[in-house]
Design a protein around this ligand. Structure first.
Ligand code: GDP
Length: 526
């Protein structure tokens, strides 16, 4: 197959949702359609249950499962789909944020009973940073949910994106009868079933077809006609360009657990979801169909076996063809590396890959050379942009409990930070080390892994911090002045970038007002 065709047929995406909205269930149905798994129940949830907080086995298990299901590649019709898994648990949100830097589009699952939930709002903000195209799947229509119009308004309001329904439900809950596809102009009648794959869709070319009345009853048929008329007059026609630019989100309704509305979603997805697009490096925009390979690392996973400290680095191919065994330039280190045991991810299996195309994810075994955000290329020196660190929300000071193990601690902390478990900030004053995370669970994970994998013991001391903001200014003198005047609150991140450690929200506001020449950023890239 020609190189351009290989690129065109790839769809690399992630499913995001608030926990329990149905992400795992939807993933499983998509894999069933792709023929990647044979039975329901094969996809393990990567959820960490809250009651399992201090159950270390649960965390270890989670790490195992999340390697296996990190990337699920499968074919559907003539399309190669790469589904990147994102942890639903909010304590692992940073992992999700970074995974979103490697996708070309997103499917967002919303529970029709609960509506738009907090976690979804935050993930949407991350999508907006790169104008990632989003499709909404409103799930659990077999339950009494909120009114569909209200749900659409809520999505527009809370997620700050225009919506365009492409399917419409006939009732909900006990009286749920099916969805009418505004995209394909056909009707799918609901029958509760967990395994059904070969459902018959009923073609209704004309919504005024009297067969509709026979199928769903006169009242519901009349209601559907009214709804469709209203939708077509209220919402502008679906625009591919607006979707591709992340300005409008097409919306589908269904019930993942009943495998209902999933095929409609998938069929439309492969039609409209974008194939790999150009990406920016520090030097220029790189087209996917350029002949030379390039890509970046967006995730690093430690080996489950602490005795073998090798890791898997997840590489997103951006241009050219990745070939196993070929030497590539590690741009940050300016060194050549060969990856002879690169792996591809097909559904739940890992297999050695000989070549990979833009949009594909390759697993590279690494002994500690690669970091999140690293670029590999065939010689070009520009690093890919858009893989930032995100401002953490919880902070604790690292206290070494065993002076004999200082070296191990340093090494362990550095490696865990490179994996992206958390972020380390070192205060300019006194070289105090502070770990910042998005969730409390990470502190326990770090403590546990330092002990078991590196033999180091740490305590975490509470520290009063609200936010770490990366700082910059067009005026170097002003920046220097600021750093001097706020010396006690200045730290450096892992790359030596300057960070302002704000103690409270109010104080941060005040400082922002008092220093208008300084920019305060909530991501490390600006
Ligand atoms: P995740 O946390 O987003 O991955 O959610 P899961 O896929 O694990 O689903 C959470 C719960 O919702 C599970 O008990 C599912 O069986 C259930 N669920 C998923 N889809 C539906 C649906 O369409 N209808 C109903 N009633 N329950 C669903």
């Amino acid at each position: 197959m020609a190189f351009d065709q290989e690129i065109d047929k790839r769809r690399t995406f992630g499913i995001i949702s608030h926990p329990d909205a149905g992400k795992t269930t939807l993933t499983e149905k998509l894999l069933l359609f792709g023929g990647a798994i044979q039975t329901a129940g094969a996809v393990k949830s990567n959820k960490i249950k809250m009651h399992a907080r201090s159950d270390w086995m649960e965390i270890e298990k989670q790490r195992g499962i999340s390697v296996a299901t990190s990337v699920m590649g499968f074919n559907y019709r003539d399309v190669k789909i790469n589904l990147l898994d994102t942890p639903g648990h909010k304590d692992f949100a940073e992992d999700t944020y970074r995974t979103l830097t490697a996708v070309d589009s997103v499917v967002m699952v919303i529970d029709c009973v609960k509506g738009v939930e907090e976690q979804t709002e935050r993930l949407m903000e991350v999508c907006r940073m790169r104008d990632t195209p989003v499709i909404c799947f409103i799930n659990k229509l077999d339950r009494e949910g909120q009114d569909p119009y209200d749900l659409l308004d809520e999505v527009e309001e809370k997620l700050n994106i225009k919506v365009r329904p492409l399917s419409w439900p006939i009732n909900m809950g006990k009286t749920f009868k099916g969805v009418y596809s505004l995209y394909e102009k056909n009707l799918v009648l609901f029958q509760s079933s967990k395994q059904r794959l070969d459902d018959e869709t009923i073609k209704i070319e004309d919504i005024n077809d009297p067969r509709l009345d026979e199928l769903v009853g006169e009242n519901d048929a009349a209601q559907l006609r009214e709804d469709v008329e209203l939708i077509e007059s209220v919402y502008p026609d679906f625009s591919m360009e607006d979707y591709a630019a992340g300005k409008v989100a097409p919306v589908f309704f269904g019930s993942a657990v009943n495998n209902f509305g999933v095929r409609e979603l998938l069929d439309c997805f492969i039609d409209i979801a974008p194939s790999p697009k150009p990406r920016e490096t520090e030097l220029r925009e790189v087209e996917p169909n350029e002949s030379k390979f390039s890509g970046f690392i967006f995730k690093i996973h430690a080996n489950m076996d602490p005795k073998h400290r090798n890791r898997i680095a997840f590489l997103r191919v951006c241009s050219g063809k990745f070939e196993r065994g070929k030497g590539y330039l590690h741009v940050r280190n300016n060194k050549k590396f060969k990856f002879s045991n690169a792996t591809a991810f097909m559904a739940q299996e890992k297999e050695i890959v000989d070549e990979a195309y833009p949009g594909d994810i390759v697993g590279l075994y690494d002994t500690g050379n690669l970091k999140i955000g690293d670029t590999l290329s065939e010689g070009e020196k520009g690093m890919y942009k858009g893989i930032p660190s995100f401002s953490p929300e919880m902070f604790k000071e690292v206290v070494n409990k065993d002076a004999m193990k200082t070296k191990q601690l340093e090494k362990g902390i550095n490696q865990l930070m490179e994996e992206g478990v958390a972020q380390l900030f070192t205060f300019e004053m006194g070289a105090r080390k502070v770990v910042g995370t998005v969730g409390a669970l990470q502190f326990e994970v770090i403590q546990h892994r330092l002990k078991h994998e590196y033999g180091a013991s740490v305590d975490f001391m509470p520290i009063n911090l609200f936010k770490a903001c990366w700082i910059s200014s067009d005026d170097d003198a002003k920046l220097n002045e600021f750093v001097k005047s706020k010396y006690r609150h200045i730290a450096k991140d892992k790359d030596g970038k300057l960070v302002f450690m704000a103690e409270t929200r109010a104080w941060l506001r005040m400082v922002e007002d008092n220093f208008p020449d300084i920019q305060f950023h909530s991501t490390s890239e600006f």
